[in-house]
Design a protein around this ligand. Structure first.
Ligand code: NAD
Length: 283
């Protein structure tokens, strides 16, 4: 069963990003990203360090603005207002999780939409109603890239998306609809999940429930794009797994592994958005 591997897809996108950054830098317009963090989540620290390294590798400027562990919503919004106004900042990332009590959507609404490289501001999400939004949310766009890698035309496919979050499930449903798939969105309120997945040519898993899609639930030969990230313990070791039962590999035609599938493509698309945002602001 062919695997959709994220690394080569990400490498091709990164090459395009490197060229884009070079062209902007040659004009004296090197993009600058700032990640805003608050709280003291150790996983975030690690993630931001990795992000900084990748940005450097691609020639992007990258800084972290730390609002500190005890930050409240007004501190985070004041930081955003300052970065929105800063001429040399072309992209802003809001690192999650934020401390308990800070509403993520409220914070995201205060980003300048032109600097919203994660594509999470309502103005950018609204642009998903058009076929080619300037700054799409990275994970949803990564799902579309992974599907494209199969070479199977999207038009006419029966697609089932499991999960309806604001930045993954719902956006990808709009993106697939714009590409002429017939899309069903399933969620916690769906009565008979298997009845939907059984007729799907394409199943997108974005629920965060390990093992929720079993081989008996899908049509042989279908494509399964698994976005889920779940921490599991196997043979006494901690690791991550997606939302599909690994045995799905025996029936699916195409399948994204976890780790190594959608994740690397998501990161590469953040950099692509960073270049697009910088281009937009510099004319
Ligand atoms: P979320 O928690 O905001 O949404 C989960 C959705 O799944 C909800 O709409 C819910 O209704 C649905 N759901 C939950 N249990 C279900 C069930 N049993 N049956 C049907 N629907 C069910 O999550 P999110 O932010 O969209 O993320 C989803 C998953 O994707 C998580 O595991 C997250 O870690 C992962 N993720 C991966 C990437 C990546 O790049 N690979 C990026 C973002 C999120």
């Amino acid at each position: 069963m062919p695997l959709i591997r994220g690394a080569p897809l990400a490498a091709a996108i990164e090459e395009e990003v490197r060229r884009g950054v070079e062209a902007l830098t040659a004009k004296g317009l090197r993009p600058r990203l700032v990640a805003v963090k608050a709280g003291d989540d150790p996983a975030s620290e690690l993630y931001l360090k990795r992000q900084a390294k990748s940005a450097e590798r691609l020639g992007l400027r990258y800084d972290v603005e730390d609002c500190q562990a005890h930050a409240g919503v007004s501190d985070v919004l004041a930081t955003l207002a300052r970065l929105n106004a800063a001429q040399d900042v072309t992209g802003i990332i809001v690192q999650l999780p934020l401390p308990a009590g800070i509403d993520v959507a409220t914070v995201q609404r205060h980003l300048d939409p032109r600097k919203d490289v994660e594509g999470v501001h309502p103005a950018n999400l609204g642009e998903l109603l058009d076929a080619n939004p300037a700054l799409p949310p990275c994970t949803a766009a990564a799902i579309v890239e992974c599907q494209r890698a199969t070479g199977i035309p999207v038009a006419g496919l029966d697609a089932v998306v499991i999960g309806r979050s604001r930045i993954v499930g719902r956006p990808v449903a709009l993106m697939l609809t714009a590409r002429d798939a017939t899309v069903t969105v399933c969620h916690r309120g769906t009565r008979d999940l298997a009845a939907h997945t059984a007729r799907a040519d394409l199943v997108v898993l974005a629920a965060g429930k390990a093992g929720m899609l079993t081989p008996a639930m899908v049509k042989p030969g279908c494509t399964v794009i698994d976005v889920g990230i779940n921490e599991v313990e196997r043979d006494g070791k901690r690791g991550i797994t997606g939302d599909a039962d690994p045995a799905i590999a025996d029936v699916a035609g195409w399948f994204t592994p976890t780790p190594g599938g959608v994740g690397p493509v998501t990161v590469a698309l953040l950099w692509r958005n960073a270049v697009a945002a910088a281009r937009m602001q510099t004319g």
